[in-house]
Design a protein. Structure first.
Length: 135
């Protein structure tokens, strides 16, 4: 149920093996645009690697000195519910409430371009009030 959640940002996007691509950015306040959302209104997001053969690397970016990386195998998804996850990075811990940006890169040789696609879905409160509009 999406009761109380008013904004859904969903897209399929191409990524490649030569550089990290911005998937989503958190903002402190409006205006929020496609591919971004207000941090205090965050409910959850999901990233699905739609490729059936190639994995992708996800970067959870906080600052130049704090980032977390993880591998998302072909055909799998990662779901983050609320900002309740802690990440350890080079001996330093950060929470996802500190998260600034989510980036992704296709696994493979940086010298030889490998492309793949991911699906991204983010849900936020706000926008439409509870019980208003829609079915």
């Amino acid at each position: 149920s999406f009761q109380g959640n008013g904004k859904v940002d969903q897209r399929v996007m191409a990524i490649n093996s030569t550089s990290l691509t911005s998937v989503f950015k958190y903002q402190a306040a409006l205006p929020d645009t496609s591919g971004s959302g207000v941090k205090s209104e965050f409910t959850y997001f999901r990233i699905t690697n739609t490729d059936d053969a190639v994995g992708i690397t996800i970067q959870l970016y906080v600052s130049e000195s704090k980032s977390g990386f993880f591998h998302l195998p072909a055909g799998t998804s990662f779901v983050l519910m609320a900002n309740d996850m802690d990440f350890i990075c080079e001996g330093s811990t950060f929470t996802l409430a500190d998260l600034v940006e989510v980036l992704a890169k296709t696994d493979g040789d940086e010298e030889e371009l490998t492309e793949s696609y991911l699906e991204y879905l983010a849900v936020f409160t706000g926008g439409v009030g509870t019980g208003e509009g829609g079915e």
